[in-house]
Design a protein around this ligand. Structure first.
Ligand code: IPM
Ligand code: MN
Length: 372
């Protein structure tokens, strides 16, 4: 027995740019293994469209079981035009939705951090975003994504009608709100809860439940409420007013894509999906970039691996309590960027760009420099 920390890691690269960016992230995993003396026991699985092609299903039950037995799942991205016409039950996206649901991972943490070297890569003026650091806590096991009834039906007049249901019950709201309040206690003690309580019952219940929970257990944290449309506007107008945003599944999905552009690129945002903690340790937990499979650039070797690499940093922090190493990975990304490393998504017209592999190498070089 070595005295090393160990982590059972399931790697699911998925489709599109997933495998390309994952390859770079795995170099960082290897670095952490050596530097922090962690024994990673790595298994790989096929998910998404690739699994549809190989097994006829977006995710095998055996892969869900493997994820349950793992301490952490590192996920790439799934989907693409090839599988868009399939029935919903066969869509690549089912892979990530089932993993979240069946592993009871209800809170998706999406940090939005502006790195100074990228201040000019954002479409928003520097003074609006400088030093921005907020976290979106997105509920991801309920809401519009999973509510019943749902379906497609033919109406008496022959029209086709698609329908979905947004539902949120007390316990679902409380457990994700607790994650947000706990997180806020370790930051600037501010939570903004986002819904559409002015037009939806689910939004109204969301607001009432969070208000009561706040009074009962978290009155040391400042709680504000905001309608989702206003939040979208405020994120662009004055994003630094936010610290922790907590919201439901669909608004969290939309607002996090919007917020990613404050950082310069969708290719920069990592995420962690967690459930209930055991003594402060989340297991299993799932780590994935918020970007999709980007079929338009897949296979070209030009995708930005940073979001996947930064997801590894979140894994080191939340699944292994390796705060120092997590910060080193983040610092290595910032250093590489400050030396001018840019993938195409980050570059201005005419600026030299790096391939996915070169960007991964640039981050690794910084990691090695940090420990030498
Ligand atoms: C995300 C993605 C997923 C979602 C898709 C791939 C199902 O967009 O993680 O934000 O909508 O949750
Ligand atoms: Mn999304």
């Amino acid at each position: 027995m070595s005295g090393n920390k160990s982590l059972r890691l399931l790697v699911l690269p998925g489709d599109g740019i997933g495998p390309e960016v994952m390859q770079q992230a795995l170099h960082v995993v290897a670095w952490a293994g050596e530097h922090a003396a962690v024994d990673f026991e790595i298994r790989e699985g096929v998910v998404g469209g690739a699994a549809v092609d190989l097994y006829g299903t977006p995710i095998l039950d055996a892969t869900i079981d493997a994820a349950r037995q793992a301490d952490a799942v590192l996920f790439g991205s799934v989907g693409g035009p090839k599988w868009e016409k399939l029935d919903f039950s066969l869509r690549p996206e089912i892979a990530i939705l089932r993993l979240r649901k069946e592993l009871s991972l209800f809170a998706n943490l999406r940090p939005v951090t502006v790195f100074e070297p990228l201040i000019d890569s954002s479409t928003i003026k520097p003074e609006i975003i400088r030093n921005l650091d907020l976290v979106i806590v997105r509920e991801c096991m309920g809401g519009l994504y999973f509510g019943e009834p749902r379906g497609i039906e033919t109406m008496p007049d022959g029209q086709t009608r698609g329908f979905n249901t947004e539902t949120y019950a007390t316990s679902e709201i409380e457990r994700v709100a607790r994650v947000a309040f706990d997180l806020a206690r370790r930051r600037s003690r501010k939570v903004c809860s986002v819904e559409k309580a002015n037009v939806t019952e689910s939004g109204l219940v969301w607001r009432q439940v969070i208000t009561k929970l706040h009074e009962r257990e978290f009155s040391d944290v400042e709680l504000t409420h905001m309608y989702a449309d206003n939040c979208a506007m405020q994120l662009v107008r004055r994003p630094k007013q936010f610290d922790v945003i907590v919201t439901g599944n669909i608004f969290g999905d939309i607002l996090s894509d919007l917020a990613s552009m404050l950082t310069g690129s969708l290719g920069m945002l990592p995420s962690a999906t967690i459930g209930t903690s055991n003594d402060g340790r989340f297991s299993p937990a799932l780590y994935e970039p918020i970007h999709g499979s980007a079929p338009d650039i897949a296979g070209k070797g030009i995708a930005n691996p940073m979001a996947q690499i930064l997801s590894v940093a979140m894994m080191l922090r939340l699944s292994l309590n390796l705060e120092k190493e997590a910060e080193m990975v983040e610092q290595a990304c910032i250093s590489a960027l400050s030396k001018g490393a840019r993938t195409a998504d980050l570059a201005h017209d005419g600026e030299a760009t790096l391939t996915t592999t070169q960007m991964g190498d640039a981050v690794l070089a910084e990691l090695h420099r940090l420990i030498s």
